[in-house]
Design a protein around this ligand. Structure first.
Ligand code: SF4
Length: 298
């Protein structure tokens, strides 16, 4: 979800993104760009050099929000991996939010594995006590070969350890995985490995997004040179099926906003899994139309 620098009073720089579920949140930009900025498929922050914004700019935005958005009860800290902000500063930001925006009940951030690794469990717990309620963790795949190819900066074991660390700290965990990221050839290997990683991590939410090739990224070069092929629509659906089949969650919600043919899929584990698989099978056999609303296995 992108928006531009138009909100008079808040110091937004460049294109900013936030998870769909943070649509009604106060958006506080505390970092510019992403500290990793190496993933081969990601073009979001290519034009931004990573930095943490000055405290006075951050505070001025919090004060602006306290005047004009004080009724909102959620806040999302941008940009790419705001959890990378060192503990003392992140603690200070949360304290300022608490002081000036007392209605805010939940603060969310994007995170990559490094941002989680650099916080102790005790620090994460302190941040939770100050309002950090949800971490959106970009995992993309559980397949080590693909993780290396896309330069995610972590293998599956590290991703698992970091996800479990967030959960142990009592913070909600929302994981993003990417349909199509392993290409056509490794599609089902990626789906299975990702399902196994999700099962071991047992997050509260899984968002399976469909890979879009972004102009100017290394992945676009690979596609142009024939080193990478996207699965076709049926392949994407088979990949999604394998992923859902390989995933076991104790009570999580698995959703895919724009899977192949732009199907909205929403599976409440564990009870919704079989119904979702059944419906995907029917679609693969051509027995149900691929209309936007057909697969709502709630
Ligand atoms: S960690 Fe996230 S924001 Fe940063 S380059 Fe990778 S996908 Fe993009």
């Amino acid at each position: 979800m992108a928006f531009s620098n138009h909100h008079e009073g808040m110091h937004y720089e460049g294109t900013c993104i936030r998870p769909p579920s943070e649509a009604n949140s106060i958006l506080l930009q505390a970092t510019v760009g992403c500290s990793h900025n190496k993933c081969t498929f990601c073009g979001t922050y290519k034009e931004k050099r990573f930095r943490i914004k000055d405290n006075d700019v951050i505070l001025s935005d919090i004060l602006y929000a306290s005047r004009y958005m004080k009724h909102l009860d959620r806040l999302f800290i941008m940009d790419g991996d705001a959890l990378i902000i060192p503990y003392p500063r992140l603690k200070w930001i949360l304290e300022m939010v608490r002081e000036h925006l007392p209605r805010v009940r939940r603060v969310g951030v994007y995170a990559n594995s490094k941002g989680i690794r650099l916080k102790s469990e005790e620090e994460l717990r302190e941040l939770r006590d100050l309002g950090l309620g949800i971490v959106y963790f970009g995992v993309e795949t559980g397949d080590d070969q693909t993780l290396e190819a896309i330069r995610k900066g972590a293998n599956a074991q590290r991703l698992l350890d970091m996800g479990l660390k967030v959960k142990r700290a009592g913070i909600q965990l929302s994981v993003t995985v990417l349909l199509g990221i392993a290409g056509a050839e490794r599609s089902l290997i990626h789906a299975k490995a990702t399902g196994e990683l999700l099962s071991a991590m047992d997050p509260d939410y899984v968002g399976a997004l469909t890979l879009m090739i972004i102009p100017g990224t290394p992945l676009e070069d690979d596609l142009a040179a024939g080193r990478f092929q996207l699965p076709d629509n049926e392949g994407m659906l088979r990949e999604l099926r394998e992923m859902i089949a390989s995933t076991g969650l104790s009570r999580g919600l698995f959703f895919s906003n724009h899977a192949s043919n732009y199907l909205p899929v929403k599976v409440r584990y564990p009870q919704g899994k079989e119904q979702a698989l059944h419906l995907i099978d029917m679609a693969l056999e051509g027995k149900v139309g691929l209309r936007p609303e057909w697969l709502r296995a709630l």
